[in-house]
Ligand binder design. Structure first.
Ligand code: PLP
Length: 357
């Protein structure tokens, strides 16, 4: 794929950049450039370019604003101690974006083109990749949307793929502490045949009101149950869940209506190597409540690119609560093992890392 470059003439000064990277927060600051590729049925993917970061001009009839034909990815670039820059399993993000595009009737972007695009932007803005201290990284947001100006309901005939990047600090300021969860019984995130397995903005839009309820109840995050029976645990809406049992077995909800997290599948492999049996199956909310109360469940954790791995504490619902499980020992070991691979402090025996610079 051809990608032209127009360097920014208003790049952030070294002094200001040092200030931003000292305390980047999350999703607040964006790099000097952005990458764009366009698609039409006749020309396919074309007009690949890196340009100065800035606002888009959109026709008010742009299809994505009305019908939400949109997908995205989330990944990170990590700086290693020797200064080199790496991403984690980018081919998995690219393959997932292809699966999401099929569900949302968007055109497919080749895995190789996706990786080339991400690598090109990170290379252009490499000074924005923070030093590894304090688990900092450059968060990467590839996304694709219906950019045709047309109000009819059909797949757009003009589609735009972009990559933007934003430095990210440690997800947990002031140390890792368990997240408390609110069990929503009124809202679901995905039904059979729905978009639950696609990484699309619509799933997030539908989760916001449930997240609002969780916050009003003093909880950090919301847990969704399956739409059909309201019995089986799905995920947090942005993180996948694991239940560690007293015999070392780890259970994680099976895929179908949940998002197939890349952290999720990596942890399944890692835990296997650490000697744990991992079961992917339906896991009921009663199994959660009874398991914590009886002590059969000894740890619960959630995972996703942003937080990596976070211990799960108490679960609350309308009329009840189960406390946090007793331990966070395996949770912290799994987390450390993954982070050490990502930052190049442990040998990459799985072949997960991809060098960009
Ligand atoms: C992105 C996402 C996750 C986590 O996936 P990772 O690939 O591990 O970052 C989990 N659930 C939902 C709904 C997501 O969108």
């Amino acid at each position: 794929m051809e990608i032209s470059t127009t360097p920014s003439s208003a790049a952030v000064s070294d002094e200001r950049l040092a200030e931003i990277l000292a305390s980047p927060g999350f999703g607040l600051h964006f790099t000097d450039h952005m990458l764009t590729v366009e698609w039409t049925p006749d020309a396919g993917w074309h007009a690949g370019r890196i340009e100065p970061y800035g606002p888009l001009t959109l026709d008010p009839a742009t299809a994505v604003l009305h019908y939400a034909q949109e997908i995205f990815e989330g990944m990170k670039a990590y700086r290693h101690a020797d200064g080199s820059i790496w991403s984690f399993r980018p081919e998995e993000n690219a393959a997932r974006m292809v699966r999401s595009s099929r569900r949302l009737a968007l055109p497919e972007l080749d895995v190789a083109d996706y990786i080339q695009a991400v690598d090109a932007l990170v290379t252009a803005d490499q000074r924005w990749v923070p030093d590894p201290a304090g688990e900092k990284s450059l968060y990467l947001r590839p996304f694709m949307f219906a950019s045709e100006a047309f109000l009819g309901v059909r797949p757009a005939q003009h589609v735009t793929f972009m990559v933007i990047a934003s430095p990210a600090g440690a997800y947990f300021k002031g140390g890792i502490k368990p997240v408390t969860l609110w069990l929503t019984e009124g809202y679901t995130r995905a039904g059979r045949g729905g978009m639950g397995a696609a990484k699309t903005g619509g799933n997030y839009a539908s989760s916001l009101v449930a997240q609002q309820q969780a916050s009003a109840q003093g909880c950090d995050q919301v847990v969704f149950l399956d739409a059909q029976e309201g019995r089986y645990v799905e995920e947090l809406g942005g993180m996948n869940l694991y239940f560690v049992h007293d015999d070392g077995t780890i259970v994680t909800p099976e895929t179908g209506t949940i998002l197939e997290g890349i952290t999720r599948s990596s942890i399944i492999e890692l835990a296997g190597k650490l000697g744990h049996q991992v079961e992917e199956r339906r896991f009921s909310i009663d199994e959660w409540r009874d398991g914590v109360r009886s002590g059969r469940i000894v740890e619960i954790f959630a995972c996703g690119t942003a937080a990596v791995v976070t211990p799960v504490g108490a679960l609350k619902w309308d009329g009840g609560e189960v406390p946090a499980p007793a331990s966070t020992d395996l949770t912290m070991r799994v987390r450390q093992a993954l982070v050490d691979i990502q930052y190049g402090r442990a040998e990459d025996t799985f072949g997960w890392m991809h060098r960009i610079v």
